[in-house]
Design a protein around this ligand. Sequence first.
Ligand code: NAI
Length: 339
Amino acid sequence: CAGRRLAAPAVRRASSRARTMPVVEARKVAVLGAAGGIGQPLSLLLKMNKLVTELALYDIANVKGVAADLSHCNTPVKVTAYTGDAELEGALKGAELVVIPAGVPRKPGMTRDDLFNINAGIVKGLVSAAAKHCPNAIIEIISNPVNSTVPIASEVLKAAGVYNPKRLLGVTTLDVVRANTFVSEARGLDLKDVDVPVVGGHAGITILPLLSQATPSVTFSDAEREAMTKRIQEAGTEVVEAKAGAGSATLSMAYAAARMAESTLLGLAGEPSVFECAFVDSQAVPGSPFFASKVQLGPEGVSQVLGLGTLNDFEKAALDAMLPELKAQIQKGIDFARK
Ligand code: NAI
C-alpha cells in the first residue's frame, strides 16, 4: 500500500478507491506496559501512525521518561503518560484500542506457560480496569501465555457484563510475520507478496502455519514442511536463546503489534477488506472456545472469523496433536479467572 510504512502483506485492500477512504477520526490508543521491551518500540511505531490521534502510555515504572522522549518526535500524535493504579483510569478513558504488552518475558529454558503465575494476574487486573473505564474498546493482548491470557480476559469481561467477542483479540501476528519471512527466504520470494496463515494458538505445537494455503502457492517436501513448521513454532525460542537471558522478541513483536493495531484501526475506519490472523473466540474447531484464525476486521472489531479451509494430512495431524494442549491452556486461564 503506497505510502504506508507498515505495509502488511496479509492486509488486503479492495481497491485504490477504498485505500483513500479512511478518514482520521479521534482515535485514542492506550498501550499498557508501554515502558517495556515491546512497549517502547511499539509506542514509537504508533507515534508514527497517521490513524492514531492520541497515544496513552501506561506502565508501573519509567513511563514518564518514555513519553517525554516520544513526545519530541514531530508527528501529530499526542502522547500522554500514566503510571500507577491511580492513573490507570486516565490512560483508559476514551480509548478505542487498548494494546497490552505488560508482563514478564521468557528467559532461556522457559516455556510461555511458565510465565502464567505472574502474567495472569497482571492481565486480569488491567482488563478489569479496561472493563470499567473503556468497556467498548477493542483489547489486544500480547502478554504471554496468550493461549491463557485471552481466556482470562474474556472471563473478566463477562463477569463485568461487557464481553464482546468481536473486541477481544490475542496478538499472534508475529507468527505470521515470521512465517512470511522464513518462507520468502526459503523460496526466494518477494516478501511483499508472501502471506502464510498461522492458526491454532501461540505456544509451541499449538502454532500451526498453514503452508498449504500460502500465497503465492509454495511446495515443500515432507522433510522441508516439517522443518519449516518447527522453525516457525520455535522462532520465539530462537530469539530467547540468542538474547541469553535478556528477554524475548521485542522489536519484531513491536513491528507485528503495530501492524495488528494499524489493521484494527483501518477496520474501525471502514476500510472494507482487512484481514489478519488472531487468537479469538471461535467456533472453528469443536471443543476449543478460542482459536487463532484468519479474521476480517471492520468497524465493530472482528467482523468475521474465517474457517480453516482445506488442510493437508500433515496439517490435520498437527491440528489433532495440538488440541489437548491448547484446550488445557485455555481452561487454565478460565479456571484462574473464575477462582
Ligand atoms: P518487559 O519486561 O521488557 O516489559 C514489560 C513491561 O510491563 C515493563 O515495563 C513492566 O514495568 C510492565 N508491567 C508489569 N506489570 C505491569 C502492570 N501491572 N501494568 C502495567 N505495566 C506493567 O517485557 P517484554 O519483552 O516487553 O514482553 C512483554 C510480554 O509480551 C511478555 O509477557 C512476553 O512473553 C510477551 N510477548 C508476546 C509475544 C506475542 O507474540 N504475543 C511475543 C513476545 C513477547
